[in-house]
Design a protein around this ligand. Structure first.
Ligand code: ADP
Ligand code: MG
Ligand code: ZN
Length: 530
């Protein structure tokens, strides 16, 4: 079983990287690329992908020699790697758009000199645009000094990928221009579609695929009912942190820049928590500073948009909260995957309320900047997130791993999610009868009596609430008034939301005063069934 490279691999692991053992699939990936084979490495965030190309880059016993070209999306990330590799005595250079002519000239000369660096880091943009750099690559190729290409975060080639990058899609030319150079692609995304797209686009259809379970056993997954109002959820988050993670490092994801700043501010001013914000529009120097403060532990909590995270390597992140709904499950899993890289228990809490999904859906369907295909795609992705949030029966891991087409044995969850822990998980209760009555009631109100009623008011009527609005409008005289008076409010809300989800209601939005309200109307084609 031992390959001719094994002895050297083991030795370099110890002497250069100061590690004793490989993690799952690292040795296989290193061996494959040293043997000159193409390889696709699928590993969860924090799994140790970097070693898969850093180590072969310093080996001499492979079938190829010369420079390992690493293509990655982020300069900051490369910078970190360059520094840590230099500390280990590895000869690395980088080539990026920020460099002046003199600097890039020096890099060029280093590549063409007799003693080559082990690794060159480059962004796909630079690779695409710099003619001079491409000349250098060609020369290296002709002289037989291109050891391998490494495409890190390779899901960026895929159009539907959340991190899609225009210049990544041209990486297919690597194979056509340099046919003999082995390619290694790495990603934390294991969605089958994305996987096949990566292989197709990089033209490595026959590569060795190394994948492993995406399960992260040390992460606790929970969905919590999100309080209403702007500040309710911030209190929930603050309470959670104070109770469970008073001195720990964590990330809070929000969906907009404005929300991101507001949450950080309230956490600081009202709850005395050390929180800073981070989003795409924060200027570069501040971003750097915030990230540094967080990385070093000076600032514990970062409130962020999705702009924060790719390539973050902080081992002791103890919690990741989602203040707002993520836009797709893959993104959600990647974001939560930033917790607990050191293998210690960590919490991933998503705060969900139906109205968020509703608003998000509306934002997608009315977005003038996207075409129908993209709109449908985004709505589908959102729908899967909503289903995940609303499914309070099945193991969270089972649900999220199903998204990656991975079958998961729920016993392996070991009470590691809210649904597995909840002993009162409702066995499949038959809610059909209640649901039919709810539709009947809603139809009588909205179609027959033409009442304007919001979702929350409908829930009041179902539960037989005697509040002022109900009395004033005479809703308590409906025959089905209070049909759900013995059921708790949450449950009724869930049924109503599911009906809505199934498309049984139309939304009529009316602007009034400072805000607009959404009223429910039973869709004509459904009212017939009731
Ligand atoms: P990824 O790119 O897959 O998200 P990284 O390559 O950044 O993950 O590695 C995550 C962490 O795991 C790093 O701190 C790294 O030093 C550590 N690591 C990687 N391989 C090993 C190993 N074989 N033994 C111990 N620690 C490792
Ligand atoms: Mg990585
Ligand atoms: Zn579970």
């Amino acid at each position: 079983m031992l390959t001719p490279y094994y002895a050297e691999i083991k030795e370099k692991l110890r002497t250069i990287f100061n590690l004793v053992d490989f993690r799952s699939n690292q040795l296989e990936a290193i061996t494959a690329t040293l043997a000159g084979r193409d390889v696709l490495v699928l590993m969860p965030t924090g799994g140790g992908k970097s070693l898969c190309y850093q180590l072969p880059a310093v080996c001499e016993s492979g079938t190829t020699r010369g420079v390992t070209i690493v293509i990655g999306p982020l300069l900051s990330l490369m910078q970190n790697q360059v520094e840590s590799l230099e500390e280990k005595g590895v000869d690395v250079v980088q080539f990026n758009g920020d460099q002046d002519l003199e600097e890039s000239g020096r890099v060029g000369r280093r590549l063409l000199a007799a003693k080559k660096p082990n690794i060159l880091f480059v962004t796909p943009e630079k690779l695409q645009r710099s003619g001079r750099f491409n000349d250098i690559l060609e020369r290296l190729y002709e002289e037989g000094y291109l050891a391998r290409f490494v495409v890190d975060e390779s899901h960026c080639v895929v159009k539907w990928g959340r991190d899609f990058r225009d210049s990544y899609k041209n990486l297919g030319s690597l194979r056509t221009k340099f046919p003999n150079v082995p390619i290694m692609a790495l990603t934390a995304t294991a969605n089958i579609q994305v996987k096949t797209d990566i292989m197709r686009l990089l033209k490595i259809e026959h590569c060795e695929v190394l994948s492993q379970s995406m399960n992260r056993p040390n992460l606790n997954y929970e969905v919590r009912a999100k309080a209403s109002g702007r500040t309710g959820v911030i209190k929930q988050i603050a309470d959670f942190i104070k109770e469970c993670h008073p001195n720990d490092t964590g990330i809070i994801y929000t969906s907009s820049r404005q929300m991101c700043e507001e949450v950080a501010k309230v956490l600081r001013e009202q709850y005395r928590l050390q929180a800073r914000h981070y989003h795409a529009k924060v200027d570069a120097r501040d971003k750097e500073e915030v990230q540094q403060a967080w990385q070093s532990g000076k600032c514990k909590i970062i409130v962020a948009t999705i702009a924060f995270g790719m390539g973050i390597d902080k081992p002791d992140v103890r919690f990741v909260c989602h203040h707002s709904l993520p836009s797709d499950l893959d993104g959600y899993y990647q974001e939560t995957g930033r917790a607990g890289r050191d293998g210690n228990p960590s919490d991933c809490i998503l705060f969900y309320r139906y109205i968020d999904a509703k608003q998000r859906r509306q934002a997608i369907t009315t977005n003038p900047d996207i075409n129908k295909e993209e709109r449908d795609h985004q709505v589908d992705e959102l729908q899967r997130v909503v289903q995940y949030c609303q499914n309070d029966v099945d193991c969270r891991r089972l649900q999220v791993l199903a998204y990656y087409s991975e079958k998961f044995d729920v016993r392996l969850c070991k009470q590691g999610c809210d649904n597995c822990r909840n002993p009162a998980a409702p066995e499949k209760q038959d809610v059909t009868a209640t649901a039919v009555d709810i539709i009947r009631l809603a139809q009588a109100l909205t179609v027959r009596d033409k009442e304007r009623i919001t979702r929350n008011q409908l829930v009041d009527v179902i539960r037989g609430s005697q509040n002022a609005k109900v009395k004033e409008r005479g809703w308590d005289r409906q025959p089905l008034f209070g049909l759900g008076k013995d059921t708790n409010r949450e449950r009724i809300e869930r049924i109503v939301d599911r009906l809505d989800n199934m498309g049984l209601f139309d939304q009529v939005t009316m602007a009034g005063g400072d805000w607009s309200s959404s009223y429910l109307v039973v869709c004509p084609n459904h009212s017939r069934h009731a």
